[in-house]
Design a protein around this ligand. Structure first.
Ligand code: DQA
Length: 152
């Protein structure tokens, strides 16, 4: 049997505060609730889901570099680095993996400084405003894509 494709789910700064942080904007689920749902959705679709969170830009970049050789796709919510980090964008380009950007909130309906995303320039798709469901839709999309690749 083929090995389960490995998906890296990366969450950036302040996402460890989910559940406590602005619940009206980001919801009441904790990061650990969200990660648990992602792992079980992944399992049901034959994906091996690896969830990590860091408040540090450098740590996120190191994990993205490692993923190039160890993972088959990336889902990232870069938090506020979305709007500022050319370094994360460059790391994602270097990883050369299927990539989906997720935001809990609809960044386009919020302050103007959140409308710009460097990551969107290199992502295959962007999901924003669906709350934690966005991660699950992103997993569905990657599973379809990776399964289609395996069949060819
Ligand atoms: C966020 C949106 C960003 O603008 C913000 O800085 C975050 C969370 C979201 O998931 O909606 O930290 O990425």
């Amino acid at each position: 049997m083929a090995k389960a494709p490995k998906i890296l789910i990366l969450n950036g700064p302040n996402l460890n505060m989910l559940g406590k942080r602005q619940p009206d904007v980001y919801g009441r689920e904790t990061l650990s609730d969200v990660e648990q749902s992602c792992r079980s959705r992944g399992q049901s679709m034959g994906l091996d889901v690896d969830c990590r969170q860091s408040n540090s830009e450098g740590q996120l970049i190191d994990w993205i570099h490692e993923a190039r050789d160890s993972h088959d796709g990336i889902i990232i919510n870069p938090g506020a680095y979305t709007h500022t980090s050319i370094a994360i964008m460059d790391a994602l380009l270097a990883a050369e993996l299927p990539l989906i950007e997720v935001h809990l909130s609809n960044i386009h309906r919020r302050e103007t400084f959140r409308h710009q995303s460097y990551v969107a320039k290199v992502a295959d798709a962007v999901l924003a405003g669906l709350g934690s469901q966005g991660y699950l839709f992103a997993l569905d999309a990657l599973a379809r894509r990776l399964n289609a690749q395996q069949e060819t």
